[in-house]
Structures are given as C-alpha cells and as structure tokens.
Design a protein around this ligand. Structure first.
Ligand SMILES: C[S@@+](CC[C@H](N)C(=O)[O-])C[C@H]1O[C@@H](n2cnc3c(N)ncnc32)[C@H](O)[C@@H]1O
Length: 288
C-alpha cells in the first residue's frame, strides 16, 4: 500500500501546513503544532479528493478564503477527535454518584427547583446518556425530584457527532463495554446488533450545536457542567475564554467537572476546587 507522503497530493508544504493550522485554530480552537502535521495529512487528504483540488496548497487557500462552507465543515469534522464512551472514567461517575449527585439533589429538593445539567463537548452522546442514567437513580425516594425536573443538554461543534447522539443508536459491543446488564435492560432496546436508547431516557436528554470558541449564551444557568476531555485541545488563551463563558452559565453553588487529567491550573477563575473521593471538581460559591 502506498504511504500518503509518496503521493504528490499527499505532500504538505510548510506554508500550507501553517495556513491550515491557523485556520483550524480559528474555526474550532484546536491547536496543532508542527509535530501534528501528520494528522492534518492523514485526516484531510480525502477532502482534497472530494472537492477535486490539486493538493494541500489549494486546500489551504480554499480554507483561508472561507467561501465554501461545506468544505470548511468537512475539514472541521475530519480534524476533531470525538473519542468517547459510556461512563468514561468510571471513577468519576462513581464519585458523582456517591458525593456530588446526593448533594445536588438534596439542595434542589429543598427549593423545588429544576436540575439543569450540561455536557459541553458531548461528542456522540454517550456522556449525556450516562449522566441521564445516573440522574434517574436519584428520582426515587429518599429524593423527591420529578423526572420532568431534570434536563441534560449535550452540545458539540460536530454536526456528525450530534446526529449520532440524537439517533441514540449504538453498537451492542460498545454499550456493553461501559454499562451493566441492569442498565442495558432498563434503558436500551435491541435492534439487530445495535442498542437504541429508550424514550424514557431520551426525553431527559437533548442536543444542540455549539462552537465554544464563539460567543454563546443559553437561556438558563446550569447546576452541573461537564466539559471533559475538550480543553486539552485548546491553548491557554482559548481555555481561559471558554472557562469564563462556562462560569457565566454556572449557577451559584453549581459544579464544573473536567476530564480526569484536566484542571484549571494557570487560569483565573472564581471557581474553587472541591474533592469528592476520586473526583476533583470545581464549585461556584459566588455570583458573577
Ligand atoms: C474527546 S471528545 C470528548 C467527549 C466527551 N466529553 C468525553 O469526555 O467522553 C472532545 C469533543 O469536543 C468537541 N469539540 C472540540 N472543539 C470544540 C469546540 N470548539 N466547540 C464545541 N465542541 C468542541 C469535539 O467535537 C469532540 O466531540
């Protein structure tokens, strides 16, 4: 099999690589240094074929002009890393189950107020459905919160990922990797070698398109925001902007949960770190 570099089309000259890196950062925040040029080559070669361009030089010029929205979308979709799974990093979900959720649900019960949860950078939906399954176990005594009072919003820049999330149809092998037999029986129905998320859970979860690099606003604030394994792809400047925006949407006493290997080190924020078992999360004590 010919390696990509052997094809004239597959050669990525330094100026084209530079332009593509700059445009990708501008479009979706993703920061790629020169050591990731192989990623650009591997993931974008098909775009050159699809739009019948000559090479990466022409692709870089087209992206830079920004006139072809479909081509731009194809580049964004191809360059994103959308890896995810049900109950990814189980110890984080376990800490939410045993510490954070009881706290959250007890506080909300006292005030009879809804619980709004947001998964920012939700990819193909597994994270939002996992949170929904977890929340469902708190809809029983001793907690007095109704199902209709809990909502989970998943957002992502990737329209392709969101289409999969909304469809809620996953390979059985993938579901089995992350969840127990009980959860599988309770929340999924079998469709051939796939499993579909049942309506009960789907009603709690919704999905919207959102590019976090751009200014964004929601009509509500959130009691819990998960932004896991997203900030790692941004530089410090973008991270600061995104954390500021997430903070604005976090209710007072609300929680922010990042990925297992992520933290707010070096960022300025009103949030304070709180440790619950294996989970290091952030809490907003003050308005603002
Ligand atoms: C590695 S996945 C993480 C998925 C999930 N949060 C998890 O931890 O399993 C990163 C997700 O962030 C999304 N993403 C990257 N840049 C983004 C942006 N500028 N705005 C919104 N989502 C973005 C990607 O599309 C991708 O689905």
């Amino acid at each position: 099999m010919a390696v990509i570099e052997d094809q004239p089309k597959g050669i990525l000259p330094a100026p084209a690589a530079h332009t593509l890196r700059r445009c990708i950062r501008h479009l979706c925040g993703l920061v790629l240094d020169e050591s990731r040029d192989y990623l650009i080559r591997d993931r974008l070669l098909w775009v050159i074929d699809k739009y019948q361009l000559d090479d990466f030089v022409q692709l870089a010029a087209e992206i830079d002009k920004g006139l072809n929205q479909r081509l731009t979308n194809d580049v964004i979709e191809s360059i994103l890393t959308c890896e995810t799974s049900f109950f990814r990093d189980p110890h984080i979900f376990e800490a939410m189950r045993s510490h954070l959720f009881p706290h959250l649900f007890k506080t909300k019960e006292v005030h009879h107020s809804p619980i709004n949860i947001w998964c920012a950078g939700v990819s193909t939906g597994q994270e939002a459905y996992s949170i929904g399954m977890l929340a469902t176990s708190f809809l029983e005594p001793p907690f007095g919160i109704y199902r209709s009072n809990v909502s989970v919003l998943g957002t992502d820049i990737s329209q392709n990922s969101l289409a999969i999330a909304r469809e809620g149809l996953y390979r059985s092998s993938e579901v089995d990797r992350g969840i127990t037999r009980d959860l599988r029986q309770r929340f999924f129905s079998q469709e051939g070698d796939h499993l579909r998320v049942l309506d009960d859970l789907r009603k709690m979860v919704s999905f919207e398109h959102l590019n976090m690099v751009n200014h964004f606003s929601h009509d509500r604030s959130f009691d819990l925001i998960l932004c896991r394994n997203v900030l790692i792809y941004f530089d410090q400047e973008q991270r600061q902007k995104i954390i500021d925006r997430l903070c604005q949407h976090l209710s007072t006493q609300g929680y922010l949960v990042l990925g297992a290997a992520e933290n707010l080190y070096g960022l300025s924020t009103v949030l304070q770190s709180v440790r619950y078992g294996d989970l290091l999360c952030y809490k907003k004590y003050l308005d603002g």
